[in-house]
Design a protein around this ligand. Sequence first.
Ligand code: NAD
Length: 347
Amino acid sequence: MVVNDDAGRLNHPGALEFFASRLAPTESPEFCNDPPSISTKVALTTNGKPNNTSEKSYDNLQQINNDRFPRIPMTTTQTARAPFNRLLLTGAAGGLGKVLRESLRPYANVIRLSDIADIAPAIDDREEVVPCDLADKQAVHQLVEGVDAILHFGGVSTERSFEEILGANICGVFHIYEAARRHGVKRVIFASSNHVIGFYKQDEVIDAHSPRRPDSYYGLSKSYGEDMATFYFDRYGIETVSVRIGSSFPVPQNRRMMSTWLSFGDLTQLLERALYTPNVGHTVVYGASDNKNVWWDNRYATALGYAPQDTSEVFREQVEAQPMPATDDPARVYQGGAFCAAGPFGD
Ligand SMILES: NC(=O)c1ccc[n+]([C@@H]2O[C@H](COP(=O)([O-])OP(=O)(O)OC[C@H]3O[C@@H](n4cnc5c(N)ncnc54)[C@H](O)[C@@H]3O)[C@@H](O)[C@H]2O)c1
């Protein structure tokens, strides 16, 4: 059984209309050398939202993070910064890649767009199109030359057999980090997935440090990618923000996505914070909008300065017009939904 639940099937109709640019760069990206600075103190609720009455403070968050990470994410001033000279976006022909191709333009003088699939030609001299198979180490090495930061969105984005996942996702993420090391790239944004924790139940609230419970070979590959990010930071100082994207589509398509939905505007804001915030080490965050029924304590995204502007709530009526899944349907039981019932393959 192959599940097409939450990534990769849509061309995101109406995608670009959904994105509204909210951030205008004004300073240069110097995240590697910036001293940590804190512009705001944020009291947090369990879902990572500011709460003025909470006893928890951002200082507590630093302590929590200090206990777990060699370096901690720090909010910068909320002023956005000048464009990077060159950003690499893998997966540029994909659903999110097409959105980010446009929405990331303010943050780079040049965006290098790469995919194994056909990509629409460069529209101007601020785009470069470089086809590449992530499974090809030498090709990835060449792809990464001359870029300042990498947004790694390429790969198989739904559940498939292990053999299909292996080249693109597992070898692919190694090739990206190894090329980053060899070319001195200091920042990677990794498109991880909620499927690294998919076997938690929908009535559980977890955070980015809860033990992973991958729900699929796909989820395992993203879990491996997060470990790769930790290793390359500990060993080589390459910083990563791993974004465990929930469901990033124009609108939530089912009841599960009422909790996991991430608007394109919020995705872009989160990536902007991930690119520009200094001293992130390897920080794992959840990619979700300001949804009402959340399963994820997203305090580390808050610490990056992420403040989602959208909510799935506005779609509740149309989503709840759909039939309710049975009580034992994985779509209703597990955070990872239908991925939890995929496979086996090749029998
Ligand atoms: N859209 C979501 O809701 C969501 C949720 C969780 C995670 N993600 C992750 O975000 C990223 C983008 O998601 P998407 O929805 O745009 O998926 P997508 O499938 O539309 O795009 C992925 C792109 O990767 C490319 N690709 C696959 N194998 C490749 C290879 N060997 N070499 C080079 N390129 C290859 C594909 O051609 C495709 O264009 C993926 O890594 C996905 O796992 C997305």
